[in-house]
Design a protein around this ligand. Sequence first.
Ligand code: GLN
Length: 311
Amino acid sequence: MPDLGTLLTEISKEMSALTERGKVADYIPELSNVDPAGFAMVVATNDGAVHSVGQIQQLFSIQSVSKVFTLTLALGIHGNAIWKRVGREPSGSAFNSIVLLEHEKGIPRNPFINAGAIAITDMVTAGHEPRETIGEILRFIQFLSGDETIVIDHAVAKSETVTGHRNYALAHYMKSYGNLKGEVDKTLGVYFHQCAIAMNCTQLAMAGRFLAQGGQHPDTGHQVISAERARRVNAIMLTCGHYDGSGDFAFRVGLPAKSGVGGGILAIVPGVASIAVWSPGLNEYGNSLIGTLALERLADAMGWSVFNPQG
Ligand code: GLN
């Protein structure tokens, strides 16, 4: 088994030599101003070690990676009842597809496409004021990573609100089918703020540890979710975490993972490690191009794949 620290340095060198780096998200100015040369990778192993390389202090917008944490919260609050309002099949469509939602009569295909994530946020928000839920999501992520300095980038949240026409369309569409209980503005207010949480790769890798450890928080011993539910969140990350690029990601990397348009990816090696990678250039599906390559290289060198023989 290669030494992780040495391997990460090698991977970082290889990645910095690549000239094709994808396209930085440009739908809001805060994301389009990020340098495509940026790269960081952190591996938090279950024995408590943390290995890292690159710009590990650099904060980025976690965007859709936040959907993993709200799904976990919703499962904790509502249990299996959430599956009446969202499916758990890969979509094969873009993350913000409207056609799919019409076809499925307002029940989003899975919790990670935008419509599904908005429905999940609506479930987490039920009975609360948006600002309470935003605080709860933030505190949950701070608790998972053991870092109270994590904050929301309010400029990003504001820009998301101003430009989020398609998310409004998805939310209204679900509302028309009765699959959104709260007011559209309030639910989306929470959704835009969860997407605007700013984290660095260390914080993100730390926040994912419970998914590599059977749902248990390694610092406190607290069972964040049951082992069975942690396994299922991982299953959805594997099948749906990269939208219409999920099949290719499973083929190449073979690990449960969730991407965001800020260029971050959280990947889980169950029983072994939580990995965060960031590089802001995106591929055609809106997933980090270099981040995916780096994960492919790491998983391959370490023999980390859920499809490897066990034991
Ligand atoms: N805030 C983005 C949106 O709702 C998140 C999308 C993503 O990261 N894929 O469009």
